[in-house]
Design a protein around this ligand. Structure first.
Ligand code: GRG
Length: 297
């Protein structure tokens, strides 16, 4: 399998479905559609929704049933980026290779565009519940998994601790909490929700959860490295912002060599968690762990 080809194929599916889910609307509040579309259409690797679709496909043989959850997850992710870029948070001017939402639309609309995407994510995911089918309960459990990972016990919790960090105090435990919640939680939920929708058993869910945690952390450490040595054109934003903002990162705490070693360890661990799955069926996930460990964008 060529991992990049598979990622491109599934990115196209997500891009097309997002276009349909959030069309241009010529209505009174059209500005909010414009601002939401500016950030969510034409940009982003779509890693999280791809994980949802591919997990559902690995377990059940098809991805379609997880489509609305996958779209909701990308909407939640994009809202978090819009809000994270605001002057009150990271104050970034570039994201996904273009100006950030507040630079183009102003802070007021950018806040609403984030809120709009967050709300619409839940509308979209709830809309995907097949109420006439016996398995509709799976969808509710999957949405619950996503909600928790994005909320105060997940991403928002991690962000809260992150923005309260004191420059001078280096705390390993806090860094782990931030990474686990701010970044890893939604990545983990992307995989677990796809597995739940597909009807995975408890053992499969827990192994996939552990895989998600390993690649989630790996993704964040690589992100820290890219913020130092990445190519701005490839990552679509200015590098060096962690250092400018005196951010506590894996890199600032442990240094480059240890960070690279940790990524390698997490990569091996992630692949070990796939041991209960047929090697051929789980090939995408094995290759993805490697790909994320060495990604440049
Ligand atoms: C504002 C509630 C709230 C949370 C913000 C996710 C987040 C928390 C902030 C984003 C900033 C950041 C560096 C987060 C770490 C996760 C991360 C690397 C996000 C970027 O994800 P990619 O690389 O982005 O998947 P694309 O653009 O490809 O979707």
């Amino acid at each position: 399998m060529k991992i990049t080809e598979e990622l491109t194929k599934f990115k196209k599916i997500i891009d097309t479905e997002l276009e349909k889910a959030i069309p241009n609307r010529d209505i009174m509040q059209k500005k909010i559609f414009e601002a939401m579309r500016y950030s969510i259409c034409n940009g982003g690797k779509r890693l999280r929704p791809i994980l949802t679709l591919k997990t559902c496909e690995m377990i059940s043989g098809s991805y379609e049933e997880a489509l609305k959850i996958a779209l909701g997850i990308e909407m939640i992710h994009t809202y978090s980026l819009i809000h994270d870029d605001l002057p009150a948070m990271d104050n970034d001017d570039f994201r996904r290779g273009k100006h950030t939402n507040h630079i183009v639309f102003g802070e007021d609309i950018a806040i609403l565009a984030g809120d709009g995407l967050l709300n619409y994510a839940y509308e979209t995911m709830l809309d995907g519940i097949p109420l006439s089918k016996d398995n509709y309960g799976r969808h509710i459990l999957a949405i619950k998994e996503v909600s928790r990972s994005a909320g105060i016990f997940g991403m928002i919790g991690g962000q809260t601790v992150d923005i309260q960090l004191d420059d001078n105090i280096v705390e390993k435990e806090k860094l782990e909490f931030i990474h686990r919640n701010k970044t890893s939680a939604l990545i983990e939920a992307s995989i677990v929700s796809g597995a739940i929708i597909a009807g995975a058993n408890q053992e499969q869910i827990e192994y996939l959860r552990a895989y998600g945690q390993a690649i989630g952390l790996c993704f964040q450490i690589r992100d820290d490295i890219l913020d130092k040595i990445g190519d701005e054109k490839l990552i679509g934003k200015k590098i060096g912002s962690d250092e400018i903002n005196h951010k506590l990162t894996y890199l600032s705490l442990y240094g480059m060599d240890n960070s690279i070693n940790e990524i390698q360890k997490l990569n091996i661990k992630a692949i070990e968690w796939l041991s209960i799955f047929n090697e051929e069926e789980s090939l995408f996930f094995r290759e993805l762990a490697n790909y994320l460990s060495y990604r440049n964008s």
